[in-house]
Design a protein around this ligand. Structure first.
Ligand code: NOJ
Length: 457
Protein backbone atom coordinates (compact mmCIF):
# COMPACT_ATOMS: atom_id res chain seq x y z
CA UNK A 1 0.00 0.00 0.00
CA UNK A 2 1.12 3.56 -0.71
CA UNK A 3 0.30 6.81 1.03
CA UNK A 4 -1.44 7.94 -2.17
CA UNK A 5 -3.92 5.03 -1.74
CA UNK A 6 -5.31 6.44 1.51
CA UNK A 7 -8.79 7.92 1.23
CA UNK A 8 -8.97 10.92 3.56
CA UNK A 9 -12.32 12.19 2.30
CA UNK A 10 -14.13 11.00 5.42
CA UNK A 11 -11.86 13.09 7.67
CA UNK A 12 -13.12 16.53 8.68
CA UNK A 13 -11.54 19.54 6.98
CA UNK A 14 -9.94 20.69 10.23
CA UNK A 15 -8.19 17.34 10.85
CA UNK A 16 -4.69 18.28 12.05
CA UNK A 17 -1.66 16.92 10.17
CA UNK A 18 1.51 17.39 12.13
CA UNK A 19 5.09 16.39 12.76
CA UNK A 20 6.87 15.94 16.08
CA UNK A 21 10.36 16.37 17.54
CA UNK A 22 11.87 16.90 21.00
CA UNK A 23 14.39 19.34 22.43
CA UNK A 24 17.26 17.05 23.39
CA UNK A 25 17.07 15.06 20.19
CA UNK A 26 17.44 18.03 17.87
CA UNK A 27 18.43 21.30 19.51
CA UNK A 28 22.13 21.22 20.36
CA UNK A 29 23.60 24.42 21.76
CA UNK A 30 24.90 22.79 24.93
CA UNK A 31 28.58 23.22 24.20
CA UNK A 32 28.12 26.97 23.72
CA UNK A 33 26.81 27.23 27.28
CA UNK A 34 23.26 28.13 26.25
CA UNK A 35 21.68 25.62 28.54
CA UNK A 36 22.30 23.74 31.74
CA UNK A 37 23.27 20.10 31.95
CA UNK A 38 20.68 17.37 31.84
CA UNK A 39 20.53 13.66 32.71
CA UNK A 40 21.04 12.70 29.07
CA UNK A 41 24.36 14.58 28.96
CA UNK A 42 25.38 12.54 31.99
CA UNK A 43 24.06 9.29 30.54
CA UNK A 44 25.95 9.85 27.26
CA UNK A 45 29.14 10.12 29.33
CA UNK A 46 28.70 6.58 30.65
CA UNK A 47 30.75 4.15 28.56
CA UNK A 48 28.49 1.81 26.61
CA UNK A 49 25.25 3.65 27.39
CA UNK A 50 24.75 4.81 23.79
CA UNK A 51 25.13 1.94 21.38
CA UNK A 52 26.91 3.83 18.59
CA UNK A 53 29.09 5.74 21.05
CA UNK A 54 27.74 9.15 19.99
CA UNK A 55 26.59 11.96 22.27
CA UNK A 56 23.37 13.94 22.02
CA UNK A 57 24.85 17.31 22.95
CA UNK A 58 24.79 18.84 19.47
CA UNK A 59 21.43 17.36 18.49
CA UNK A 60 21.12 18.24 14.82
CA UNK A 61 21.94 21.91 15.26
CA UNK A 62 18.27 22.90 15.24
CA UNK A 63 18.97 25.85 17.53
CA UNK A 64 20.77 27.50 14.62
CA UNK A 65 18.69 26.03 11.81
CA UNK A 66 15.16 26.24 13.17
CA UNK A 67 14.05 28.70 10.49
CA UNK A 68 15.14 26.30 7.79
CA UNK A 69 13.25 23.51 9.57
CA UNK A 70 10.10 25.61 9.77
CA UNK A 71 10.53 26.39 6.06
CA UNK A 72 10.48 22.65 5.35
CA UNK A 73 7.27 22.26 7.36
CA UNK A 74 5.69 25.12 5.46
CA UNK A 75 6.62 23.53 2.16
CA UNK A 76 5.11 20.24 3.32
CA UNK A 77 1.84 21.91 4.31
CA UNK A 78 2.15 20.91 7.99
CA UNK A 79 -0.68 22.24 10.21
CA UNK A 80 0.90 21.75 13.61
CA UNK A 81 4.35 21.21 15.08
CA UNK A 82 4.79 19.22 18.28
CA UNK A 83 8.05 20.20 20.01
CA UNK A 84 9.32 20.24 23.57
CA UNK A 85 10.83 22.86 25.82
CA UNK A 86 14.19 21.96 27.26
CA UNK A 87 13.87 22.48 30.99
CA UNK A 88 17.64 23.09 31.46
CA UNK A 89 17.57 25.68 28.65
CA UNK A 90 14.63 27.55 30.15
CA UNK A 91 15.88 27.24 33.71
CA UNK A 92 19.45 26.05 34.25
CA UNK A 93 19.48 23.63 37.18
CA UNK A 94 15.68 23.39 37.21
CA UNK A 95 15.05 25.98 39.90
CA UNK A 96 15.30 29.73 40.57
CA UNK A 97 16.29 32.06 37.70
CA UNK A 98 14.97 31.65 34.19
CA UNK A 99 17.44 31.89 31.33
CA UNK A 100 16.74 34.81 29.04
CA UNK A 101 18.70 33.43 26.11
CA UNK A 102 16.73 30.19 26.23
CA UNK A 103 13.43 32.01 26.48
CA UNK A 104 14.33 34.17 23.49
CA UNK A 105 15.02 31.06 21.43
CA UNK A 106 11.52 29.72 22.14
CA UNK A 107 10.00 33.16 21.44
CA UNK A 108 11.60 33.15 17.99
CA UNK A 109 10.64 29.53 17.36
CA UNK A 110 6.99 30.09 18.29
CA UNK A 111 6.69 33.40 16.46
CA UNK A 112 8.21 31.91 13.31
CA UNK A 113 5.77 28.98 13.45
CA UNK A 114 2.80 31.29 13.84
CA UNK A 115 3.97 33.47 10.95
CA UNK A 116 3.68 30.35 8.79
CA UNK A 117 0.30 29.37 10.23
CA UNK A 118 1.75 26.32 11.95
CA UNK A 119 0.11 25.66 15.34
CA UNK A 120 2.56 24.94 18.15
CA UNK A 121 1.81 21.95 20.37
CA UNK A 122 4.23 22.09 23.28
CA UNK A 123 5.52 19.38 25.59
CA UNK A 124 7.09 20.55 28.84
CA UNK A 125 9.16 17.48 29.61
CA UNK A 126 10.59 15.19 26.96
CA UNK A 127 13.18 13.51 29.17
CA UNK A 128 15.88 16.17 29.60
CA UNK A 129 15.76 16.57 33.39
CA UNK A 130 18.27 19.09 34.79
CA UNK A 131 21.18 17.13 36.30
CA UNK A 132 20.96 19.08 39.54
CA UNK A 133 17.43 17.77 40.11
CA UNK A 134 18.54 14.19 39.49
CA UNK A 135 21.28 14.67 42.08
CA UNK A 136 18.49 15.39 44.57
CA UNK A 137 16.57 12.20 43.64
CA UNK A 138 15.05 13.24 40.30
CA UNK A 139 11.44 12.14 39.82
CA UNK A 140 11.51 10.03 42.99
CA UNK A 141 11.56 13.29 44.95
CA UNK A 142 8.23 15.16 45.32
CA UNK A 143 10.28 18.39 45.30
CA UNK A 144 10.94 17.81 41.56
CA UNK A 145 7.18 17.61 41.03
CA UNK A 146 6.69 20.91 42.84
CA UNK A 147 9.44 22.58 40.79
CA UNK A 148 7.87 21.17 37.64
CA UNK A 149 4.62 22.90 38.60
CA UNK A 150 6.50 26.20 38.94
CA UNK A 151 8.23 25.70 35.60
CA UNK A 152 4.84 24.95 33.98
CA UNK A 153 3.31 28.10 35.49
CA UNK A 154 6.18 30.19 34.18
CA UNK A 155 5.98 28.77 30.65
CA UNK A 156 2.22 29.22 30.48
CA UNK A 157 2.53 32.83 31.63
CA UNK A 158 5.28 33.60 29.15
CA UNK A 159 4.04 31.70 26.09
CA UNK A 160 0.35 31.06 26.78
CA UNK A 161 -0.71 33.97 24.57
CA UNK A 162 0.66 31.99 21.60
CA UNK A 163 0.52 28.33 22.63
CA UNK A 164 -2.86 26.71 23.24
CA UNK A 165 -1.92 23.00 23.21
CA UNK A 166 0.14 21.73 26.10
CA UNK A 167 1.34 18.30 27.21
CA UNK A 168 3.21 18.23 30.51
CA UNK A 169 5.09 14.92 30.11
CA UNK A 170 6.02 12.80 27.11
CA UNK A 171 5.62 9.02 27.56
CA UNK A 172 5.72 8.67 31.34
CA UNK A 173 5.92 4.88 30.96
CA UNK A 174 9.32 5.25 29.27
CA UNK A 175 10.53 7.73 31.87
CA UNK A 176 9.54 5.30 34.62
CA UNK A 177 10.54 1.89 33.33
CA UNK A 178 13.24 2.52 30.73
CA UNK A 179 14.92 5.04 33.02
CA UNK A 180 14.49 3.37 36.41
CA UNK A 181 13.75 -0.36 35.97
CA UNK A 182 16.10 -1.51 33.20
CA UNK A 183 18.43 1.49 32.93
CA UNK A 184 18.23 1.64 29.14
CA UNK A 185 17.50 5.39 29.36
CA UNK A 186 18.78 8.15 31.63
CA UNK A 187 19.19 8.22 34.59
CA UNK A 188 20.15 4.58 33.99
CA UNK A 189 18.81 3.06 37.23
CA UNK A 190 17.77 -0.52 37.93
CA UNK A 191 15.78 0.12 41.02
CA UNK A 192 12.20 -1.03 41.65
CA UNK A 193 11.64 1.31 44.56
CA UNK A 194 12.62 4.25 42.37
CA UNK A 195 10.35 2.87 39.63
CA UNK A 196 7.29 2.91 41.87
CA UNK A 197 8.03 6.37 43.23
CA UNK A 198 8.56 7.80 39.75
CA UNK A 199 5.34 6.22 38.43
CA UNK A 200 3.46 8.05 41.19
CA UNK A 201 5.27 11.38 40.92
CA UNK A 202 4.72 11.60 37.16
CA UNK A 203 0.97 11.23 37.60
CA UNK A 204 1.10 13.94 40.26
CA UNK A 205 3.31 16.11 38.05
CA UNK A 206 0.86 15.89 35.16
CA UNK A 207 -2.02 17.10 37.31
CA UNK A 208 0.00 19.80 39.05
CA UNK A 209 1.42 21.19 35.79
CA UNK A 210 -2.01 21.14 34.16
CA UNK A 211 -3.45 23.16 37.00
CA UNK A 212 -0.55 25.64 36.76
CA UNK A 213 -0.98 26.03 33.01
CA UNK A 214 -4.71 26.65 33.32
CA UNK A 215 -4.15 29.21 36.07
CA UNK A 216 -1.78 31.19 33.88
CA UNK A 217 -3.19 30.99 30.38
CA UNK A 218 -6.74 31.42 29.14
CA UNK A 219 -7.99 28.87 26.68
CA UNK A 220 -5.13 26.41 27.21
CA UNK A 221 -5.89 22.78 26.33
CA UNK A 222 -3.86 20.31 28.36
CA UNK A 223 -3.53 16.56 27.87
CA UNK A 224 -1.17 13.65 28.55
CA UNK A 225 0.98 12.12 25.80
CA UNK A 226 1.12 8.38 26.43
CA UNK A 227 2.78 5.44 24.72
CA UNK A 228 -0.13 3.07 25.22
CA UNK A 229 -0.24 -0.25 23.41
CA UNK A 230 -2.23 -3.38 22.72
CA UNK A 231 -0.88 -6.61 24.23
CA UNK A 232 -0.79 -9.71 22.07
CA UNK A 233 0.09 -13.26 23.19
CA UNK A 234 1.21 -15.74 20.58
CA UNK A 235 0.10 -18.97 22.31
CA UNK A 236 -2.78 -20.32 24.35
CA UNK A 237 -3.86 -17.93 27.08
CA UNK A 238 -4.07 -19.66 30.48
CA UNK A 239 -5.58 -17.82 33.48
CA UNK A 240 -2.04 -17.14 34.77
CA UNK A 241 -1.00 -15.63 31.47
CA UNK A 242 -4.16 -13.59 31.36
CA UNK A 243 -3.29 -12.18 34.80
CA UNK A 244 0.13 -11.22 33.56
CA UNK A 245 -1.28 -9.61 30.43
CA UNK A 246 -3.66 -7.60 32.59
CA UNK A 247 -0.77 -6.55 34.77
CA UNK A 248 1.22 -5.44 31.73
CA UNK A 249 -1.69 -3.45 30.34
CA UNK A 250 -2.19 -2.05 33.85
CA UNK A 251 1.38 -0.75 33.92
CA UNK A 252 1.43 0.39 30.29
CA UNK A 253 -2.11 1.74 29.81
CA UNK A 254 -4.37 1.97 32.84
CA UNK A 255 -1.94 3.44 35.33
CA UNK A 256 -1.61 6.55 33.15
CA UNK A 257 -5.13 6.75 31.74
CA UNK A 258 -6.83 6.19 35.08
CA UNK A 259 -4.25 8.10 37.11
CA UNK A 260 -3.92 11.16 34.91
CA UNK A 261 -7.55 11.46 33.80
CA UNK A 262 -9.40 10.26 36.93
CA UNK A 263 -6.93 10.28 39.82
CA UNK A 264 -7.33 6.50 40.36
CA UNK A 265 -4.79 3.70 40.11
CA UNK A 266 -5.53 0.16 38.90
CA UNK A 267 -5.66 -2.25 41.85
CA UNK A 268 -3.60 -4.98 40.17
CA UNK A 269 -0.69 -2.59 39.64
CA UNK A 270 -0.93 -1.20 43.17
CA UNK A 271 -0.86 -4.77 44.54
CA UNK A 272 2.11 -5.63 42.35
CA UNK A 273 4.04 -2.51 43.37
CA UNK A 274 3.32 -3.22 47.03
CA UNK A 275 4.41 -6.85 46.67
CA UNK A 276 7.65 -5.87 44.95
CA UNK A 277 8.67 -2.89 47.07
CA UNK A 278 6.36 -2.52 50.05
CA UNK A 279 5.20 0.82 48.62
CA UNK A 280 1.56 1.41 47.72
CA UNK A 281 1.24 4.85 46.08
CA UNK A 282 -1.55 6.88 47.60
CA UNK A 283 -4.16 8.23 45.17
CA UNK A 284 -5.11 10.93 47.67
CA UNK A 285 -1.79 12.60 46.85
CA UNK A 286 -2.81 13.15 43.20
CA UNK A 287 -3.91 16.76 42.68
CA UNK A 288 -7.32 17.36 41.08
CA UNK A 289 -7.11 15.84 37.58
CA UNK A 290 -9.82 17.98 36.00
CA UNK A 291 -7.34 20.48 34.50
CA UNK A 292 -5.33 17.97 32.48
CA UNK A 293 -7.86 16.02 30.48
CA UNK A 294 -8.78 18.21 27.53
CA UNK A 295 -7.28 15.69 25.12
CA UNK A 296 -5.14 12.54 25.02
CA UNK A 297 -2.09 12.05 22.82
CA UNK A 298 -1.19 8.55 21.68
CA UNK A 299 2.38 7.69 20.71
CA UNK A 300 2.20 4.36 18.92
CA UNK A 301 4.77 2.24 17.10
CA UNK A 302 3.90 -1.40 17.73
CA UNK A 303 1.91 -3.89 19.77
CA UNK A 304 3.59 -5.65 22.67
CA UNK A 305 3.87 -9.22 21.48
CA UNK A 306 4.67 -11.94 23.99
CA UNK A 307 5.28 -15.64 24.04
CA UNK A 308 5.72 -18.13 26.87
CA UNK A 309 9.07 -18.18 28.60
CA UNK A 310 11.11 -16.15 31.00
CA UNK A 311 9.57 -12.98 32.43
CA UNK A 312 10.52 -9.66 30.97
CA UNK A 313 12.42 -7.47 33.38
CA UNK A 314 10.87 -4.38 31.82
CA UNK A 315 7.45 -5.41 33.16
CA UNK A 316 8.31 -6.14 36.78
CA UNK A 317 6.19 -8.76 38.51
CA UNK A 318 5.14 -10.64 35.38
CA UNK A 319 6.35 -14.23 35.37
CA UNK A 320 4.91 -16.05 32.44
CA UNK A 321 5.61 -13.65 29.64
CA UNK A 322 8.64 -14.39 27.67
CA UNK A 323 9.39 -12.60 24.93
CA UNK A 324 10.56 -10.56 22.34
CA UNK A 325 9.43 -7.97 20.01
CA UNK A 326 8.12 -10.62 17.68
CA UNK A 327 6.59 -10.21 14.25
CA UNK A 328 7.40 -10.90 10.63
CA UNK A 329 8.10 -7.47 9.22
CA UNK A 330 10.36 -5.27 11.33
CA UNK A 331 11.80 -1.79 11.02
CA UNK A 332 15.56 -1.20 11.19
CA UNK A 333 15.39 -0.73 14.97
CA UNK A 334 13.79 -4.19 15.27
CA UNK A 335 10.23 -3.13 16.08
CA UNK A 336 7.47 -5.11 14.38
CA UNK A 337 4.85 -3.71 12.05
CA UNK A 338 1.45 -3.96 13.76
CA UNK A 339 -0.69 -1.40 11.89
CA UNK A 340 -4.02 -2.76 13.14
CA UNK A 341 -2.73 -2.19 16.70
CA UNK A 342 -2.87 1.59 16.34
CA UNK A 343 -6.58 1.30 15.57
CA UNK A 344 -7.13 -1.06 18.54
CA UNK A 345 -5.25 1.27 20.87
CA UNK A 346 -7.21 4.32 19.69
CA UNK A 347 -10.33 2.33 20.59
CA UNK A 348 -8.88 1.56 24.05
CA UNK A 349 -8.65 5.31 24.73
CA UNK A 350 -12.01 6.08 23.18
CA UNK A 351 -13.69 3.31 25.21
CA UNK A 352 -12.07 4.57 28.38
CA UNK A 353 -13.16 8.17 27.82
CA UNK A 354 -15.70 8.31 24.98
CA UNK A 355 -15.82 12.05 24.31
CA UNK A 356 -12.22 12.98 24.82
CA UNK A 357 -10.46 14.43 21.75
CA UNK A 358 -7.59 12.18 20.74
CA UNK A 359 -4.48 12.96 18.71
CA UNK A 360 -1.91 10.49 17.48
CA UNK A 361 1.02 12.53 18.79
CA UNK A 362 3.70 10.18 17.42
CA UNK A 363 3.87 7.41 14.88
CA UNK A 364 6.65 6.60 12.47
CA UNK A 365 9.31 4.14 11.43
CA UNK A 366 13.04 3.72 11.69
CA UNK A 367 14.65 3.08 8.32
CA UNK A 368 18.27 4.03 7.83
CA UNK A 369 18.06 4.73 4.11
CA UNK A 370 20.70 7.13 2.85
CA UNK A 371 21.02 9.50 -0.11
CA UNK A 372 21.44 7.84 -3.51
CA UNK A 373 23.89 9.09 -6.12
CA UNK A 374 21.35 11.69 -7.28
CA UNK A 375 20.89 13.08 -3.79
CA UNK A 376 17.42 11.53 -3.28
CA UNK A 377 16.28 9.38 -0.37
CA UNK A 378 13.87 6.68 -1.53
CA UNK A 379 12.68 5.39 1.84
CA UNK A 380 10.00 3.18 0.35
CA UNK A 381 9.71 1.01 3.49
CA UNK A 382 8.91 4.04 5.63
CA UNK A 383 6.39 5.17 3.09
CA UNK A 384 4.69 1.76 3.10
CA UNK A 385 4.69 1.65 6.90
CA UNK A 386 3.13 5.10 7.17
CA UNK A 387 0.54 4.19 4.54
CA UNK A 388 -0.60 1.14 6.52
CA UNK A 389 -0.69 2.93 9.87
CA UNK A 390 -2.36 6.13 8.64
CA UNK A 391 -4.93 4.01 6.84
CA UNK A 392 -5.78 2.32 10.18
CA UNK A 393 -5.97 5.73 11.85
CA UNK A 394 -8.50 6.87 9.24
CA UNK A 395 -10.45 3.63 9.83
CA UNK A 396 -10.55 4.31 13.56
CA UNK A 397 -11.97 7.75 12.86
CA UNK A 398 -14.56 6.23 10.52
CA UNK A 399 -15.50 3.79 13.29
CA UNK A 400 -16.32 6.66 15.62
CA UNK A 401 -13.10 7.31 17.55
CA UNK A 402 -13.01 11.01 18.47
CA UNK A 403 -9.77 11.55 16.60
CA UNK A 404 -8.61 15.09 15.84
CA UNK A 405 -5.19 14.76 14.31
CA UNK A 406 -2.05 12.79 13.49
CA UNK A 407 1.60 13.77 14.06
CA UNK A 408 4.37 11.82 12.44
CA UNK A 409 7.61 11.06 14.29
CA UNK A 410 9.72 12.60 13.18
CA UNK A 411 10.20 15.64 11.03
CA UNK A 412 13.97 15.12 11.08
CA UNK A 413 16.48 12.34 11.62
CA UNK A 414 17.77 12.91 15.13
CA UNK A 415 19.41 11.53 18.27
CA UNK A 416 17.52 8.31 18.96
CA UNK A 417 18.35 8.08 22.67
CA UNK A 418 20.30 4.92 23.61
CA UNK A 419 20.73 4.10 19.90
CA UNK A 420 22.48 7.37 19.14
CA UNK A 421 22.37 8.74 15.60
CA UNK A 422 22.40 5.35 13.94
CA UNK A 423 18.63 4.94 13.95
CA UNK A 424 16.79 7.34 11.66
CA UNK A 425 13.10 8.17 12.09
CA UNK A 426 12.94 11.39 10.04
CA UNK A 427 10.93 12.26 6.97
CA UNK A 428 13.82 14.64 6.39
CA UNK A 429 17.31 13.18 6.07
CA UNK A 430 20.07 14.86 8.06
CA UNK A 431 23.70 14.62 7.03
CA UNK A 432 25.54 14.31 10.34
CA UNK A 433 28.72 15.88 8.96
CA UNK A 434 27.33 19.17 7.71
CA UNK A 435 23.72 18.99 8.99
CA UNK A 436 22.25 19.43 5.52
CA UNK A 437 18.55 18.54 5.32
CA UNK A 438 16.94 16.59 2.44
CA UNK A 439 13.23 15.80 2.26
CA UNK A 440 12.84 12.04 1.80
CA UNK A 441 10.31 10.33 -0.46
CA UNK A 442 8.07 9.59 2.57
CA UNK A 443 8.05 13.30 3.37
CA UNK A 444 7.01 14.18 -0.18
CA UNK A 445 4.21 11.62 -0.03
CA UNK A 446 3.02 12.78 3.41
CA UNK A 447 2.97 16.31 2.07
CA UNK A 448 0.92 15.22 -0.97
CA UNK A 449 -1.55 13.49 1.36
CA UNK A 450 -2.00 16.68 3.40
CA UNK A 451 -2.48 18.81 0.30
CA UNK A 452 -4.91 16.32 -1.22
CA UNK A 453 -6.96 16.28 1.99
CA UNK A 454 -7.06 20.08 2.07
CA UNK A 455 -8.23 20.26 -1.55
CA UNK A 456 -10.85 17.62 -0.87
CA UNK A 457 -9.51 15.47 -3.70
C1 NOJ B 1 9.21 7.89 21.51
C2 NOJ B 1 9.78 9.20 21.95
O1 NOJ B 1 8.83 10.12 22.38
C3 NOJ B 1 10.74 9.79 20.95
O2 NOJ B 1 11.57 10.64 21.65
C4 NOJ B 1 11.49 8.69 20.25
O3 NOJ B 1 12.53 9.16 19.45
C5 NOJ B 1 10.51 7.91 19.39
N1 NOJ B 1 9.42 7.45 20.22
C6 NOJ B 1 11.13 6.73 18.67
O4 NOJ B 1 11.70 5.87 19.57
Amino acid sequence: MKISDINTKTLPKDFVWGVATSSYQIEGGFESGDRGRCIWDDFCDQPGAISDGTRGGIGIDHIKRFKEDIGIMELMGIDSYRFSFSWPRVQKGGSSDFNLKGLEFYDSLIDSLLEKNITPNATLYHWDLPSELQAAGGWTNPKTTDLFGEYAAFLAKRFGDRIKFWAPINEPWCVTYLGNTIGHHAPGLRDLTATVKVAHQLVRAHALAAQAIKANSDGAKVGPVLNLADQVFTGEITPEIENDLNLVSGMVNNWWLQGMLNGKYPENVLDNFEKLTGIRPNEDEIPDTKYGRDWVGLNYYNAQIFQAGEGLEIFPGTKYLGGAWLGDEKTDIGWPWTPEGIRKTLHIINDFSPNIPIYVTENGACYNTNLDSNGHVYDSKREAYLARYINEVVKAKNEGVNLKGYYSWSLLDNFEWAFGYEMRFGMVHVNYENYARTLKQSGHEYSNLIKRHKNGS
